[in-house]
Each structure stands twice: as C-alpha cells, then as structure tokens.
Write a protein that binds this ligand. Structure first.
Ligand code: HEM
Length: 170
C-alpha cells in the first residue's frame, strides 16, 4: 500500500499523542509501496490501544483522511461544490496518483453513478477489504462540504460479495 496511507495513520495517531506501536521511526514516502501487513499491524495496534474494533478505528481514520485526500487533489476539490462531484471523480484521481512503477499498489476500484440528484451509488472493490475505511472517507468528504450523508451498504465484500455497494444519500 502507498506510504501516503501510513503517513495518514501516523498523523491520526499523533493527533491524540499516540504513535502507532509498530512502524517506529520508519520513513514512509507517499508514493512508494510498502507491505500491507505493516499497515494492518499498525492499525490493529492503535485500535487495541484505544479499545476500538479495527472497523471502528478504520472508519474514524477514513473521516480524518478525507480532507487530506482533498489536499492531494486541490484543483479538483476547489472546482467541486459537493462531495458527490468529488466521489464521481475518485476513480480517475486514484488512478492518476498511482504510478506504473509501483505494481504492488493494487489501488481500490471505486466506481460510482447517480441514481437521482440526491442518491449516489458507489462500488468499492479491493482485496484489502478496507470498506470501513472507504465508508469513513465518504462521510469525511461529506463533512468537508458541510453535508450530512447517509450511507446504506447494500452488499459487503467482508460478507462474501464481489464488491461493496454504498448507497449514499444527501
Ligand atoms: C477523492 C480522491 C481520492 C484520492 C486522490 C485517493 C487516493 C488513494 C490512493 C493513492 C490510495 C493508495 C492506493 C494503494 O496504495 O494501493 C488510496 C487508497 C484507498 N482509498 Fe482512496 N482516494 C480518493 C478517494 C477515495 C474514496 C472516495 C474512497 C471511498 C470509497 C476511497 C477509498 C480508499 C481505500 C479504502 C483505500 C485503501 C486501500 C484499499 O482499500 O485497497 N478513496 N486512495
């Protein structure tokens, strides 16, 4: 996984004065790949420290991460007036950031379409099965635009589905 995610995790841990247990002083460069295992170990250790389930920790992390992702795509973010506009362009933005020389990146697929003006359907697929993180990112993008989004997950990869389907209402 990209170092960027490790960096977000570290910033998130530092917010309340805690550093992730593992990882120590290791440097993570944003667009370099590091083993997924290290990310899961660090997230798990932090969740244990805080007395949270891994899912709850990842969802909270996602909310924290969303405005930072917007910083990475500042031009697009500034031209967008709602979270839906950003969500609709997420796939191309992720693809844009992930470099050809990092084949281990295996970025998630996040495709979306509008069912109506106020209902966006987003599919998330990744063998990392980080749907709680995805859900948190979606909610955090809503926060960034002052919207209160409501997510109904109609199928979940962690329960054997091919992908997660988030039905997002605003
Ligand atoms: C809006 C602009 C976004 C950008 C620029 C962005 C960028 C990235 C990048 C570069 C990675 C690392 C990929 C890797 O290491 O393989 C990543 C991971 C991830 N992104 Fe995003 N992302 C965006 C939006 C979203 C949205 C809307 C979701 C929610 C569905 C999402 C969910 C995730 C998850 C769950 C991961 C963890 C890796 C995985 O699940 O395989 N991202 N993102």
């Amino acid at each position: 996984m990209y170092g960027m995610m490790f960096d977000f995790l570290r910033q998130y841990a530092a917010k309340s004065g805690q550093a992730p247990e593992s990882g120590g002083e290791k440097l993570y460069f944003p667009v370099t790949c590091y083993p997924d295992r290290e990310f899961f170990e660090q997230a798990q250790a932090l969740a244990a420290d805080r007395g949270l389930s891994l899912s709850d920790l990842l969802a909270d992390l996602g909310r924290f991460v969303a405005p930072r992702l917007l910083d990475y795509i500042r031009e697009i973010a500034e031209r967008s007036s709602s979270s839906f506009e950003v969500l609709e362009r997420a796939e191309e933005q992720i693809a844009h950031m992930v470099r050809d020389d990092c084949p281990e990146a295996r970025p998630p697929l996040v495709n979306s379409y509008r069912e109506s003006a106020d209902l966006l359907v987003m599919h998330y697929q990744s063998d990392r099965m980080l749907c709680p993180l995805a859900r948190g990112i979606i909610l955090g993008l809503g926060d960034a635009f002052g919207e209160s989004l409501n997510i109904d997950e109609s199928q979940c990869i962690q329960q054997g589905a091919r992908d997660c389907v988030f039905r997002i209402r605003r």
